[in-house]
Design a protein around this ligand. Structure first.
Ligand code: NAD
Length: 437
């Protein structure tokens, strides 16, 4: 079997590399010429642990190819995966499907023989049927089916998530297409991964419902954390106490600065819009969106308060800017709200992130980027951990206290334990736990 993957971003590149690792001949296509040229040289345009080796191995074996030419990639392919971006549409928050539909037209023009067109991108209910219509209009003669196969991988653990997923969801309404999809995911059958075959609509909705549920869980524990601070409870105890109940589950109960990233913010809003359109509101998700937006601003206030309320002439040292560790992805990172608010409050901001600075520089003007955590906190009046990179979990606390103007740390990821911070002489503010003063 030979497949094509359209779009070589976080999802397309990882999916393409993993399918080729499964033994399928895969061609990855992108419009971005620079990206493809780099990939051909073995350079990986994103930071994702393990990806470089996986791409190198499969490219060397001749199973993984890169091109900007969609025609050669699509012609003769058994399946073509659409893995282009579906960002929020400016103005209304609907998923912007222009890249998906443009890819569908490109695919249509180049179809030869029976092909399964698969949406791997996160797309709202109805998109697969619209793609079917677009392709049919463009190529009435073409022999094809459309499937929905949403991706659940997490950046930073993308390869393991793809190779050992909790489940694979496939929306598919023809036996022929089901057989192609079954073949492609055969290695996962062998490790007994549940494969959920559904209708197109159910499959599309599963992806949004899953992300909205996870975003709700995070937002829930964030509000409980705020309450913990008021009543003198520790949110870690509460999260553990509820999470050990199998009906609730322990994951995604880490209080923090609010969810960010390339998926939850846009997907929650898009689900709210879809629900409104169908006159079937998802009020819980709408509340989650609103609470999460406010939370990022509240986080900036915490740092400003820790700095004494007025940051004019003061220095804030920022540790971590990506939306989570092990990725260079800056999309909708809380830092993008927090840091501008600090600058507006008059602060001089020094920041360090292990891999995100290159991307962040373009998005956060006015920040001084430094080469390590200690340089970021040196002479700072307040330091703040925004991303829980491993290297921020093991700072030499006495050294940090010594080189700061005042040892004040605002830890939005609850990396440290209260007793250690008290012992190291810090004023320490975290989330959902008593402050150390
Ligand atoms: P991305 O922005 O990193 O990559 C998209 C790529 O598609 C870009 O390289 C772009 O140049 C390319 N592209 C756009 N139009 C094209 C066209 N017509 N032909 C060829 N290439 C084209 O996006 P991403 O983060 O990989 O996300 C892709 C989709 O997967 C989105 O719908 C997203 O919601 C979903 N998703 C993302 C993640 C994640 O963690 N990033 C996880 C699950 C699902």
């Amino acid at each position: 079997m030979r497949i094509a993957v359209i779009g070589t971003g976080y999802v397309g590149l990882v999916s393409g590399a993993c399918f080729s690792e499964f033994g399928t001949e895969t061609t990855c296509v992108d419009l971005d010429q620079t990206k493809i040229e780099r990939l051909k040289k073995g350079e990986i345009p994103i930071y994702e642990p393990g990806l470089e080796d996986l791409v190198a191995k499969n490219a060397k074996a001749g199973r993984l190819n890169f091109t900007t030419e969609i025609a050669s990639a699509v012609a003769g392919a058994s399946a073509v995966f659409i893995a282009v971006g579906t960002p929020s549409r400016r103005g209304d928050g609907h998923a912007d499907l222009s890249y998906v539909y443009a890819a569908a037209k490109d695919i249509a023009r180049n179809l030869t023989g029976y092909t399964v067109i698969v949406t791997k991108s996160t797309v709202p209910v109805g998109t697969a049927r619209e793609i079917e219509r677009i392709v049919r209009a463009e190529r009435p003669d073409a022999d094809f089916d459309v499937c929905s196969n949403p991706e659940f991988l997490r950046e930073g653990a993308a390869i393991t998530d793809f190779m050992r997923p909790d489940r694979v969801v496939i929306g598919c309404e023809s036996d022929r297409a089901r057989e192609v999809m079954r073949q492609l995911y055969r290695p996962l059958y062998l490790i007994e991964t549940p494969i959920v075959f559904t209708t197109l609509e159910a499959s599309e909705l599963i992806k949004y419902a899953a992300n909205a549920f996870l975003a709700t869980k995070i937002t829930f524990i964030n509000e409980i954390a705020d309450l913990c601070e008021k009543v003198g409870a520790d949110v870690h105890d509460v999260a553990r106490g509820i999470g050990l109940d199998g009906r609730i589950g322990r994951k995604f109960l880490h209080a923090g600065p609010g969810y960010g990233g390339s998926c939850f913010p846009k997907d929650t809003i898009a689900l709210v819009r879809t629900a409104e359109e169908h006159n079937s509101p998802v009020r819980i998700v709408a509340a989650v969106v609103e609470i999460n937006d406010k939370r990022k601003r509240q986080m900036a206030e915490r740092i400003i308060d820790a700095g004494g309320g007025d940051l004019t002439g003061k220095t804030v040292g920022i540790l971590g800017v990506t939306f989570k560790p092990n990725t260079d992805d800056m999309r909708d990172a809380p830092s993008l709200d927090i840091i501008p608010a600090l600058l507006k409050a008059g602060a001089r901001v020094k920041a360090y992130d292990p891999v995100g600075m290159h991307e962040a520089e373009k998005l956060l003007p006015g920040v001084e980027w430094v080469e390590d955590a200690y340089k970021a906190v040196e002479n700072a009046d307040v330091a703040a951990i925004l991303t829980e990179w491993n290297e921020f979990r093991a700072l030499q606390l006495p050294r940090v206290a010594e080189i700061m103007n005042r040892p004040v740390l605002v830890d939005l990821r609850n990396v440290y334990n209260l007793a250690d911070m008290a012992q190291a002489g810090f004023e320490y503010h975290s989330i959902g736990r008593p402050a150390v003063l």
